[in-house]
Design a binder for this molecule. Structure first.
Ligand code: SF4
Length: 171
C-alpha cells in the first residue's frame, strides 16, 4: 500500500462505520462477489434514481446523490434505502459537507430513507466534524495495514458480498 496520504472517499467513510475489514478489502481492490444479490440492490437503487432524473454529482471524493437550492441555501441529499446503517449514512453525508466546505461551499445536509419515507437534517458542527476528521485519519491508518483486520460477526455479515470470503465453511 502507498506511503503517502490515502485519498479517502465517501464510500470509505460508509464502510468504516460498518466493518473495518470490509473497508480494508475494498481499499485493497479485493472485489466482492459480483453475483451477490446485495450488489444488485445497490445497482437497482442507483438506476432507479438516475432514471428519475436524480443524477449524482461528482465532487471528486465521492458522488452526492442530489444537490438542491432552498432559498439562499444549498442542500445536499443522500438517499438510502433504510436507516439501518444510519451512523454510516450520517458520517458519509458529513464528509461531503466537509468536502464542500473545503471548496468554499457552505451547505446543509438531508438524509432520505426511501423505504421508511423519512428525512433527517444534518449539519456540520465543530463536534461532529472532529469525529469525522478522526475517522478520516483512522481510515488512512487502515489503508497502510499489510493484512485485513480479522472478521467479526456483525448483523451486516449476512448481507455482505464478502461473506463467503470471511465465513466460508462456518455457516
Ligand atoms: S462478511 Fe462481515 S466481517 Fe466480513 S467483510 Fe462483510 S461485514 Fe465484514
Amino acid at each position: 500500500m502507498r506511503d503517502d496520504v490515502y485519498p479517502v472517499t465517501g464510500t470509505h467513510i460508509w464502510y468504516y462505520f460498518i466493518c473495518k475489514r470490509e473497508l480494508w478489502l475494498m481499499m485493497h481492490s479485493i472485489a466482492p462477489d459480483q453475483e451477490d444479490e446485495n450488489i444488485d440492490i445497490g445497482r437497482f437503487l442507483h438506476d432507479y434514481y438516475s432514471k428519475r432524473g436524480k443524477e449524482e454529482v461528482d465532487i471528486g471524493s465521492g458522488k452526492i446523490d442530489r444537490i438542491k437550492k432552498v432559498g439562499n441555501e444549498l442542500v445536499v441529499q443522500e438517499i438510502k434505502k433504510t436507516s439501518r446503517f444510519k451512523e454510516s449514512s450520517y458520517f458519509q453525508l458529513l464528509f461531503y459537507l466537509e468536502q464542500l466546505k473545503q471548496m468554499g461551499i457552505k451547505a446543509k445536509g438531508e438524509l432520505l430513507f426511501t423505504e421508511e419515507k423519512t428525512k433527517e437534517q444534518v449539519e456540520l458542527t465543530d463536534e461532529n466534524r472532529e469525529k469525522l476528521l478522526e475517522a478520516v485519519k483512522d481510515i488512512q491508518t487502515y489503508a497502510k495495514l499489510p493484512v485485513p483486520p480479522s472478521p467479526k460477526k456483525i448483523k451486516f455479515c449476512n448481507r455482505c458480498a464478502y461473506r463467503d470470503y470471511c465465513w466460508a465453511g462456518e455457516d
